[in-house]
Design a protein around this ligand. Structure first.
Ligand code: ADP
Ligand code: MG
Ligand code: MG
Length: 253
């Protein structure tokens, strides 16, 4: 069971011209077993929301709160957030030259569990995860994100999700740059995760197409740094047909 509660979150980003207010009071609760999709135009602050929950140093929280099962997330270090059960897959994952995928995954797993996973089951788990994501077993020997294609990055993210098995997963633009086969494989991975008891998913996307494969329980329209409207899956259909115009106009008034 898990509940991520975001209340009136206000965030500024440090720019060369000083701090710029991006999030203007975001309120959202990801309940146990729920999948929420956040959809919004470019530049509306979706990634800022993900980075802020992740604890990225460029983003300053100027108001509001984020709690996971009642624990204050915003005072936790990045590692503590992961140990508490938050998983954040980023739109632009970093390269970690010289660190193999296998070692990276094992280090992350050890940090989160507080002890190293047993080698024999771990190797089996990693190979299983890579296989389910249609990644070659030799993928484990490659340096993290070095020369990865867009699709390999996303598959690797979902392999991490499967192996680290968090309480709540925040996935930012997991669908960007994927061809249809990769989109299906990645979506199946997310669906395997959410089929487990009590898992929460916050799926951030610019496009509606991933929502054909990952059916959200709730859809939120995100415009100008806040949630402009919330509804069920039918809201995604409306956005697919009509776009964000209506919400952009309303936000501009
Ligand atoms: P989205 O993910 O919805 O496309 P972002 O959160 O990436 O939106 O960006 C929201 C706004 O904040 C944009 O206007 C963007 O230019 C600005 N912004 C975000 N991060 C930074 C940053 N590190 N430096 C300067 N501006 C930023
Ligand atoms: Mg963007
Ligand atoms: Mg973004």
């Amino acid at each position: 069971m898990s509940e991520l509660v975001i209340k009136d979150l206000q965030v500024s980003v440090d720019t060369e011209d000083g701090p710029k207010e991006i999030l203007k009071g975001v309120t959202l609760t990801i309940g146990s077993g729920e999948t929420h999709a956040i959809m919004g135009p470019n530049g509306s602050g979706k990634s800022t929301l993900a980075y802020s929950i992740a604890g990225h140093p460029k983003y300053t929280i100027t108001g509001g709160s984020v709690t996971l099962d009642g624990e204050d997330v915003l005072t936790m270090s990045v590692d503590e957030r992961a140990r508490a059960g938050l998983f954040l897959a980023m739109q632009y994952p970093v390269e970690v030259p010289g660190v193999s995928v296998s070692n990276f995954l094992r280090t992350a797993k050890t940090a989160i569990d507080g002890e190293a996973p047993k080698l024999r089951t771990w190797v089996k788990d990693v190979n299983g995860a890579l296989q389910r994501l249609n990644l070659d077993p030799t993928f484990g020997t490659r340096s993290v994100n070095e020369g990865f294609s867009g699709g390999e990055k996303k598959r690797h993210e979902i392999a991490q999700l499967e192996l680290l098995n968090p309480k709540v997963a925040i996935l930012d633009e997991t669908d960007s740059g994927l061809d249809i086969d990769a989109l299906k494989v990645v979506s199946e991975g997310v669906n395997r995760f959410r089929e487990q008891e009590g898992k929460g998913v916050l799926l951030i996307t610019h496009y509606t197409r991933i929502l054909r494969y990952i059916k959200p329980d709730f859809v939120h329209v995100f415009v100008a740094g806040k949630v402009a409207a919330s509804g069920g899956p039918e809201l995604a259909d409306e956005l697919e047909a009509e776009g964000y115009d209506k919400y952009l106009k309303a936000a501009a008034v």
